[in-house]
Write a protein that binds this ligand. Structure first.
Ligand code: SF4
Ligand code: SF4
Ligand SMILES: [Zn+2]
Length: 136
């Protein structure tokens, strides 16, 4: 998939994770539709996610944790630590970017960051290579 096809607003999870660069979304078999997609396609850990199912999230207009009174809560901070360490991604930083500069600006930087220089496909955040052509 090309970056233009996969990096879109509905693929940004409430916690700030970009599902469009997730291995489960990009792979061809057993594909996940993303955090905002159908529950039955998600792996168990995302279906039962405490952030997606948080009752305070339902009170936000945007459906994003950045608009919650408790932002950034401990759960978000734990996730941020895990992703910062493992994948050089800060979901809290993603949400702040969206809040300050808007969703379009955020998605544009994601497209630049994760676009494969060889084929224009998406570099998977969990594998660090392009699932289309294999380029690292
Ligand atoms: S597995 Fe989770 S993080 Fe990955 S695309 Fe699905 S909902 Fe998003
Ligand atoms: S930031 Fe708010 S809505 Fe998001 S998981 Fe934490 S408490 Fe729930
Ligand atoms: Zn490629």
């Amino acid at each position: 998939m090309k970056t233009e096809e996969t990096l879109k607003p509905e693929l940004i999870a409430p916690c700030g994770i970009n599902c469009g660069i997730c291995l489960a979304y990009l792979r061809k078999k057993n594909k996940c539709g993303g955090c905002n997609g159908p529950d039955d396609q998600k792996p168990n850990y995302c279906r039962t996610c405490v952030m997606k199912n948080c009752e305070l999230l339902a009170k936000t207009d945007s459906g994003l944790c950045i608009d919650c009174e408790k932002f950034p809560c401990q759960r978000l901070k734990r996730l941020d630590k895990r992703y910062s360490t493992g994948y050089n991604v800060t979901n809290i930083g993603n949400l702040r970017h969206i809040k300050e500069k808007g969703m379009s600006d955020f998605l544009e930087t994601q497209r630049e960051r994760y676009r494969c220089a060889k084929c224009g496909g998406v570099i998977c955040v969990h594998r660090n290579f392009c699932l289309e052509c294999g380029k690292e």
